[in-house]
Design a protein around this ligand. Structure first.
Ligand code: UD1
Length: 420
C-alpha cells in the first residue's frame, strides 16, 4: 500500500489544472446503459473509482477505452444485469446502475452497499422511488432484486435531498411511460451534468438545476457525447491547500460558480480571491481567521470539503466550529489531525477547533477519501516530515494529486508504505 511522504512548510505557487468531476463521471458512465452504441465521455478523470465503475460495466458486457481525457464507452453488447458485491463493496456509487438497468432491461440484481467508513448510508430513497415507478423490489441474501415490465411515471417527493437517489430515479424515469415529477431533487452540479447528458440523449426533462424535475418518459434514447464538469471538490481542496501553506496559486479548468460557498468562506478566512470564467486565483491570508462552517446541500458548503476545512482551521488565529449536517459521523480525520498537533474536540456532529501556532509532522493514516485530503493539506503546512499511510483512499478521487502539488512547489513523494 502506497504512502505519501511530505515535508511541510513550503508556500504553494503556480498554476494547476483541475480534472473532471469524479461524482459526475460515476453518474454519466452508468447512464450509457440507457441506449445501445458508442459514447464519448469527455474530461473523464483517471481515478480508481472510475476504474471500479468501468470494471463493473465490463462485467455487464460494456467495453470501455481511454483516449486521452475521453472515455469511449460501447454498450452494444450488454448481456448481464448484475452488480456483484465484489464491486459494490469497493464503491457505493455502483448503485447507480440500478435505475438504468431496470428502465432499459426490466431487471437488475445489485448488491446492497452496506455501511461505509464513517457510518450508515442507506439506499431506502433509491428503492422507494423505484417502487413508486412500479418496480417490484425484493431484498435477498444481500442483493436488491428489481423487476418491472414497464416503469410508469409517478410523483416522487424525497424526504431528504439525495444526490444518488435523484440520479438513479432520473435515469429510470427517462424511459418510464408518462410523467415523473421528482420533488426535493438534488441540485448538485453533478446531477445537472447528468440531466444535460440525458437531454442530449433525447430525454425530456424540465426544471434542470432546480429541486423539482419533471420528466416526460421516452420510448427510447439515442447516443450522445458529453463534457464532464470540472471537479469542484478537487478545486476546493487545492484552494484550501494554498490558503494553508501561504503563497499564491491559480487553478484553471474549473467552474467558480460551483464553488461560491467555499470561496466566500475562504475570503472570510482572509484569503484574497479573483475569479475568471474558468479560473480562480487565491492569495493566501497572512493570518488565517477562524470561520465557522456548517455543511449543507448545494449551493451550501459541501460535506466533501468539511475535512479539508477543519485542517485549515487547525492553524487559524482563534476558535471555530465545523458542523456536518449531512453525515453526522464523518470525522475520522479528527484524531489523525490531533496526531499532527491540532486541538480539536468533538461535540456530536460539531468539531470545536482551537487554532494552534504550528502543526508538526507525524505518521498518520488515511481512513477515507476526504479524510485523506485533509491529512495531505495539513501535512503540507506541518513542520518537518509527515507520512500519510494508505493513500489508496485518496487515489479513489484525486487524479495525480502528488504531481499536481509538486507542480505547485510542494515537497511530496509517493513511496511503498509499511503497515502500522
Ligand atoms: C453523493 C456524493 C458524495 C457526497 C454526497 C453528499 C457521489 C458518488 N457521491 O453521495 O461524495 O458526500 O453526495 O453531497 O456523488 N440518504 C438516505 N437514504 C438514501 C440516500 C441518502 O437517508 O436512500 C441520506 C444520506 O444518509 C445522507 C443524505 O441522504 O445523510 C445525502 O446523501 P446523498 O446525497 O444520497 O449522498 P450520495 O449520493 O451517497
Amino acid at each position: 500500500m502506497d504512502k505519501f511522504v511530505i515535508r511541510g512548510g513550503r508556500p504553494l505557487r503556480g498554476t494547476v489544472k483541475i480534472s473532471g468531476a469524479k461524482n459526475a463521471s460515476l453518474a454519466l458512465m452508468p447512464a450509457t446503459l440507457l441506449a445501445s452504441g458508442k459514447y464519448e465521455l469527455r474530461n473523464t478523470p483517471d481515478l480508481r473509482d472510475v476504474s471500479t465503475m468501468a470494471r463493473l460495466l465490463q462485467t455487464m458486457g460494456v467495453t470501455l477505452e481511454r483516449n486521452g481525457d475521453s472515455l469511449l464507452v460501447n454498450t452494444f453488447r450488454v448481456n448481464k444485469f448484475e452488480a456483484p458485491y465484489e464491486h459494490v463493496k469497493k464503491m457505493r456509487a455502483s448503485i447507480y446502475v440500478l435505475g438504468p438497468l431496470i428502465a432499459r432491461y426490466g431487471r437488475a440484481k445489485v448488491s446492497l452497499p452496506g455501511g461505509c467508513a464513517w457510518g450508515p448510508r442507506p439506499v431506502d430513497l433509491h428503492l422507494e422511488g423505484l417502487r413508486k415507478l412500479g418496480a417490484k423490489i425484493e431484498l435477498e441474501r444481500g442483493y436488491i432484486i428489481a423487476k418491472a415490465r414497464h416503469l410508469k411515471g409517478a410523483r416522487i417527493s424525497f424526504k431528504i435531498s439525495s444526490v444518488g437517489a435523484t440520479g438513479n430515479i432520473l435515469m429510470a424515469a427517462v424511459l418510464a411511460k408518462g410523467t415523473t415529477r421528482i420533488e426535493n431533487a438534488a441540485v448538485e452540479p453533478e446531477i445537472t451534468n447528468l440531466a444535460e447528458f440525458l437531454v442530449s440523449m433525447g430525454a425530456k426533462i424540465d426544471g434542470i438545476g432546480t429541486n423539482v424535475l419533471e420528466v416526460e418518459g421516452s420510448d427510447a434514447l439515442h447516443l450522445a457525447n458529453i463534457d464532464t464538469i470540472p471537479d469542484r471538490i478537487e478545486a476546493g481542496t487545492m484552494l484550501v491547500a494554498a490558503a494553508l501553506c501561504g503563497g499564491k496559486i491559480k487553478i484553471e479548468q474549473c467552474n467558480p460558480l460551483h464553488l461560491s460557498a467555499v470561496i466566500a468562506r475562504l475570503e472570510d478566512a482572509g484569503a484574497k480571491i479573483k475569479t475568471g470564467e474558468t479560473s480562480i486565483e487565491i492569495q493566501a491570508p497572512k493570518e488565517i481567521k477562524p470561520v465557522d462552517v456548517s455543511t449543507a446541500i448545494y449551493p451550501g458548503f459541501p460535506t466533501d470539503m468539511q475535512a479539508q476545512w477543519i485542517a485549515l482551521m487547525t492553524v487559524a488565529k482563534g476558535s471555530s466550529t465545523v458542523t456536518d449536517t449531512i453525515y453526522f459521523d464523518r470525522f475520522n480525520h479528527v484524531p489523525e489531525l490531533v496526531r499532527l498537533g491540532a486541538d480539536i474536540e468533538m461535540n456530536e456532529n460539531m468539531a470545536v477547533i482551537r487554532g494552534v501556532k504550528k502543526l508538526k509532522g507525524a505518521k498518520v493514516m488515511s481512513t477515507d477519501l476526504r479524510a485523506s485530503a485533509a491529512l495531505i493539506v495539513a501535512a503540507l503546512r506541518a513542520q518537518g516530515e509527515t507520512e500519510v499511510l494508505r493513500v489508496y483512499h485518496l487515489d479513489r478521487g484525486y487524479e495525480a494529486i502528488e504531481k499536481k502539488l509538486q507542480g505547485l512547489g510542494a515537497e511530496i513523494r509517493r513511496e511503498k508504505g509499511e503497515e502500522f
